[in-house]
Design a protein. Structure first.
Ligand code: CS2
Length: 509
């Protein structure tokens, strides 16, 4: 079977969308760090729509570690298929905005050249929450993170030891441009961090203080980090997806991305050296992203994480499966309606109950096989912005947090690395080693895996400062509801706990 590439593009069936511009005429304007599925299902799609109007914004995608995306896309000239999946079926479209893919450890020289090229005006990132090497509770750089220690000691200038971390690369590019008199690129964070622009700015400045103190004053004034709200559900691609798309295309694509029809991008309009015409392709350009970001992180991602932990413990493999469980659907709807929505204050006209209803429908998309286990990873990096900020706001308003606390308790139960039948599984999280010690300290009996003393387990986890900070563990109104929920999860299991919590009272919008 032929393979998707510039040469075979003409043979893709007429019914399938293709780039409406001449790829040979495009040039790189964006370097994107972390070219995973999410980027290829989101920003790269918006850029694909901009290139007909202005061909100078094509993307150089960068993998900071693995060569897998480059190896899949290089023989395809960067082309790949976006497979939009809904109950109505599969709608493929070919995306052409990725011009090249670099693997940082293999081609550090080429990456530095791209970063310092004056035509690179934006460096965007999707490196996941943990990729910023920061402390999620404080939003500050973890100066003792091994990758940061490495990058602080490394001095790459075309030769020598190259950086490992996204922060190290960002700073290397920015500092080199400054030395060469080239205006700094705009840093566009597309990860689910709270106040993501300001957060990344702080982490970069913390790094600069340690690396190049004489450039801190310049960096503080000159650099631009617009905030964004990014939203599209893009599950990991499976071999089944590849086979489905090969049948539709009549040719092979080694790494398509699958996504839901919904896509949203809200961007703070602060690009000192220019940007693509994002506002012409459905992006909301605004000065104040934060209300949208809080809405999305708390409602979508807060619900997602709660569904992932409770759903996985209860035996649901995908998010769509969790939505077929009437109690769990009710619980999540009430979590949003009763506990999350009251913490949000939105610009006039934003209808939060309607947003909740759309989210429930998106979660229920039966064609999207979004694994609860995938969303469950890296909880220590996700919980602060997804659940704990909402909890802080509720507590300071004197409000109840029962369902939010259940989400936290389900995370703790999941993070033990033992399921309800006592089988062990690998917890993917930067703090996984600490979790394992806490779980073993709270085991009721070493011969009975999967059984925990909930009070001990909760107390142990509350000691994780990087997640809970100092304030929450000291607050009885936080500890109490989490411990109650964790006791029920440990003693009765997730299904019974979900059933009980789905009957909680309280105002539902
Ligand atoms: C998910 C997100 O994996 C996760 O943690 O909650 O990737 C989610 O699908 C996106 O943020 C949706 O925009």
């Amino acid at each position: 079977m032929a393979r998707l590439s510039n040469d075979t593009l003409g043979a893709v069936p007429e019914t399938i969308g293709k780039p409406d511009y001449d790829r040979a005429q495009t040039s790189t304007g964006i370097v994107h760090l972390g070219i995973g599925a999410f980027h290829r299902g989101h920003l790269a799609v918006y850029i694909d729509e901009c290139l007909a109007g202005d061909p100078s914004w094509a993307i150089c995608g960068v993998s900071l570690r693995s060569p897998r995306t480059r190896d899949a896309l290089a023989p395809q000239d960067g082309l790949y298929t976006l497979g939009v999946q809904s109950a109505a079926g599969l709608k493929p479209r070919i995306i052409g905005s990725v011009k090249e893919v670099l693997v940082a450890p293999e081609e550090p020289q080429a990456l530095l050249e791209r970063l310092t090229d004056p035509s690179t005006r934006i460096v965007s990132l999707t490196v996941t929450e943990k990729g910023y090497c920061h402390d999620p509770a404080t939003g500050r750089l973890k100066a003792d993170h091994p990758d940061i220690l490495h990058d602080l000691a490394a001095n790459f200038a075309g030769a020598g030891e190259a950086p490992i971390s996204a922060i190290g690369w960002l700073w290397l590019g920015l500092a080199a441009r400054h030395e060469q008199g080239i205006p700094p690129f705009t840093v566009l964070c597309c990860d689910n961090l709270p106040a993501n622009g300001a957060t990344v700015r702080q982490v970069v400045l913390d790094y600069a203080v340690l690396k190049d103190p004489d450039k801190v004053a310049w960096a503080t004034d000159a650099l631009a980090f617009p905030s964004t709200m990014v939203d599209r559900i893009v599950p990991a691609t499976t071999d089944h997806d590849r086979a489905m798309l090969a049948a539709a295309l009549g040719m092979e694509d080694a790494w398509p991305v699958m996504a839901e029809p919904f896509s949203q991008f809200v961007v703070q309009d602060h690009f000192p050296i220019g940007r693509p015409d994002l506002d012409t392709v459905g992006v909301t350009m605004t000065q104040d992203v934060e209300p949208f970001e809080a809405m999305k992180l708390r409602m979508l991602n807060g619900s997602h994480s709660t569904l992932a932990y409770l759903g996985w413990l209860a035996g649901h493999e995908t998010v769509a499966d969790t939505m077929t469980d009437a109690s769990l659907r009710r619980l999540i709807s009430d979590l949003m309606g009763s506990e999350i929505i009251p913490t949000l204050s939105m610009p006039y006209g934003v209808d939060l109950p309607a947003y909740r209803d759309v989210l429930l429908e998106r979660f229920a998309n039966p064609a999207l096989k979004h694994k609860t286990f995938q969303i469950a990873m890296d909880g220590s990096q996700k919980l602060p912005q997804r659940l704990l900020g909402t909890i802080r706001d509720r507590l300071s308003d004197g409000q109840s947090i029962d369902r939010l606390a259940l989400g936290v308790a389900a995370w703790i139960r999941f993070a033990t690395g033992q399921d309800e039948a006592g089988a062990s599984f690998e917890v993917q999280d930067p703090l996984a080693d600490e979790f394992a010690i806490l779980a073993s300290d709270a085991a009721i009996d070493k011969d009975q895996p999967g059984r925990f003393d909930a009070d001990r387990l909760a107390s142990g986890f509350f000691g994780l400062n990087a997640v809970f900070g100092d304030d929450l563990p000291a607050e009885e109104r936080f500890r109490g509801p989490v411990i109650v929920a964790l006791r029920m999860l440990c003693e009765k299991g997730a299904r019974e706990t979900i059933a009980t919590y789905s009957k909680l009272g309280g105002p539902a919008l």
